[in-house]
Design a protein around this ligand. Structure first.
Ligand code: GLC
Length: 424
């Protein structure tokens, strides 16, 4: 994002114009009006679960005059953000409903790229509180949670058992010790211990923040001020860089996004994997079916903490047919639909009650672990210039994992870069 657009957003905020709709649909009293019915588009990252189109087919069958077309963007979160911003900056009406990563709400709301939504329409009270928080900006609702996400540790139950390891590790040291035992098994001789997402993209920001938080550090403090140049943060980052150096994490994991790690785990090349819940359903259909389970992320001295992930649905301010868009969001984010997404693709629902449903826990025994992961998760910085913040994190973390910088130097540089980004 350019400094110019950020400054513009700040100026708009100061004059109180932030809540005024622009683009399609007229605005009254500073509130967007949601008018117009007809065809719309739904824009999201590539659907790796195969569950979205069947859901849209159901909507289309019931709404022949308000059909929705699925526009699939790349799987990489940063590439999705770029394309959505480009659409917004040209005020194009090509995108109607956006599946926004939880970390983009402030940026999109402050720039008026999305409309403030009428809260009463959506059953937010039934949803997990921290999940709903991700869809707010300055008290207003700008999106509706469609799926949450919490990082979890996938591990090979069969191999741990055979190696005499009693249960999943709660600390990083226990995890490496468990791997050393598993590696002695003949069937594990070509396996490596652990992977997460370490390519230079949003997934690296997630994994960096989790390492830092799981060692007792922070990226930004409670007031949103950068506070990352600390001994705790260094211990977290050191865990990752040491693991790359000593082979606990395979070298090629520096290129891994979510799907690469999933493939490696499913094809029996990894003992432990940090990933999101969507992996569970796919791994149950793979060669390791019944041979893995899920535990909370480990940390330095005990269980670690996840970054809060997930996606929320927003209305592009330059779109047409916004009345249809609101109905479509209601349909997609309903308890019924998010239950289907959980049943078919193990996506984390925003609704609290689904985590306590006995039948669902029978099918997905990890649900209590996931609920804990989500409610205890640490949000990534909630700032308007999120693009600059995540780019700085990615650059510094990548330099360390790649062996180009010491973690002490990287954290000093990151502290400065974050200070500059949030001061804009
Ligand atoms: C998942 C999460 C999202 C996160 C992304 C990183 O899609 O839901 O919040 O930013 O992964 O790759």
């Amino acid at each position: 994002m350019t400094t110019r657009t950020t400054t513009r957003a700040a100026a708009l905020a100061a004059t109180g114009l932030l809540l005024t709709a622009c683009g399609g649909g007229s605005a009254q009293d500073g509130k967007p009006s949601f008018e117009g019915r007809g065809p719309i588009t739904y824009v999201a990252g590539k659907d790796t679960t195969g569950t979205v189109q069947p859901m849209l087919d159901r909507w289309n069958k019931a709404h022949p005059k308000e059909k929705v077309t699925f526009i699939q963007l790349p799987t990489d979160a940063d590439a999705q953000r770029q394309q959505m911003i480009q659409n917004a900056e040209t005020k194009s009406d090509a995108y109607t409903v956006l599946s926004l990563d939880v970390v983009w709400t402030s940026e999109f709301a402050a720039h008026q790229w999305i409309d403030r939504l009428p809260e009463k329409r959506y059953p937010l009270g039934k949803m997990l509180k921290p999940v709903v928080e991700t869809s707010r900006y300055r008290g207003g609702l700008y999106a509706v949670p469609s799926s949450s996400d919490g990082g979890m540790l996938y591990y090979r139950t069969d191999l741990l058992k055979k190696a005499g390891v009693a249960g999943p590790p709660t600390t990083w040291a226990q995890m490496t010790a468990a791997c050393a035992k598993v590696k002695k098994l003949p069937e594990a001789k070509d396996m490596t211990c652990y992977a997460g997402q370490f390519q230079k993209y949003e997934g690296l920001t997630v994994n960096f923040a989790e390492a830092v938080n799981s060692a007792g550090g922070t990226v930004t403090d409670a007031a949103g001020k950068p506070d990352v140049d600390t001994p705790e943060a260094r211990k977290g980052l050191d865990f990752l860089s040491r693991s790359f150096k000593d082979g606990t994490i395979p070298k090629k994991a520096i290129t891994y996004q979510e799907e690469d790690g999933r493939q490696a785990f499913q094809s029996g090349r990894l003992v432990f994997l940090r990933n999101w819940p969507y992996v569970y359903s796919l791994a149950q259909k793979s060669g390791i079916k019944g041979k893995f389970a899920v535990a909370p992320l480990p940390g330095l001295n005990g269980p670690g903490s996840s970054s809060l992930g997930g996606h929320n649905m927003a209305v592009s301010s330059s779109a047409k047919n916004k009345a249809t868009a609101l109905d479509f969001i209601e349909f997609m984010t309903s308890e019924k639909n998010t239950r289907t997404l959980l049943e078919d693709a193990s996506l984390a629902p925003p609704y609290a009650s689904l985590y306590d449903d006995r039948a669902l826990i029978g099918q997905y025994p990890y649900l209590p672990v996931l609920k804990e992961s989500i409610v205890r998760a640490v949000p990534r910085p909630r700032v308007v210039p999120y693009g600059d913040v995540t780019a700085a994190i990615q650059q510094e973390a990548y330099a360390v994992l790649n062996g180009d910088k010491s973690s002490a130097q990287a954290l000093r540089d990151l502290q400065k870069a974050l200070g500059k980004a949030v001061a804009q």
